[in-house]
Design a protein around this ligand. Structure first.
Ligand code: 5GP
Length: 195
């Protein structure tokens, strides 16, 4: 069974940028494409950034048991499709999930061997700057995401690993070290089991 890496932490902490840099350094990793009921932002493509679903279609998938985890976030729904995960792990491909905290907790229960990393902002002010600076959300949405972030930050100690995203390069170095260590552990475990 290939490894599953959960990267969580508040919106605006830089999970997406960190994961892109991580995958550039460890190309065997693949990112699972989540489903969501939120509207695509300019430049986002269906099936690439997210599977954009209507509420009814999302509900149908919940009923079918198509999600490994799903959660409501800022009035919208987000979920990890079993198919996205399993077609990779079944082929030995390590997968990265970029998800919020409630989903990460569900993964902890469903897949206890998944590696969980919480990305911590250097400060709340830095988080606000990033959320405003990236210009993807309206001011009310930024305010809502900051309120959720306060909550999410209280959960950081639940997570096996924490990485502070202050200087991007340092954070990518830390994340890469975690991933390489865990991938190495998996490989040596498999050798042990075979001998
Ligand atoms: P955004 O709207 O900014 O793309 O995402 C909002 C939040 O939902 C982010 O914290 C993001 O990591 C999280 N998210 C994205 N996909 C999933 C998913 O499949 N499941 C869960 N639980 N959260 C997700």
């Amino acid at each position: 069974m290939a490894r599953v890496f959960v990267i969580t932490g508040p919106s605006g902490v830089g999970k997406g940028t960190l994961i892109r840099s991580l995958i550039a350094r460890v190309p065997e990793l693949e990112l699972s494409v989540s489903a969501t009921t939120r509207r695509p932002r300019p430049g986002e493509r269906d099936g690439v950034h997210y599977h954009f679903l209507s509420d009814a279609a999302f509900d149908a998938k919940v009923r079918e048991g198509a999600f490994v985890e799903h959660a409501a976030y800022s009035g919208r729904r987000y979920g990890t499709l079993r198919s996205e995960l399993e077609r990779r792990t079944a082929n030995g491909i390590p997968v990265v999930l970029e998800i919020e905290v409630q989903g990460a907790r569900q993964i902890r229960r469903a897949l206890p061997d998944a590696v969980q990393v919480f990305i911590v902002p250097p400060s709340t002010a830095a988080l606000q700057e990033r959320l405003v600076g990236r210009g993807t959300d309206a001011p009310e949405e930024v305010a809502r995401r900051l309120r959720v972030a306060e909550q999410e930050l209280t959960a950081r100690d639940e997570f096996q690993y924490q990485v502070v995203n202050d200087r991007l390069e340092d954070a990518v170095d830390a994340l890469e070290a975690i991933v390489r260590r865990e991938l190495g552990r998996c490989a040596s475990g498999a050798e042990g089991a075979g001998s």
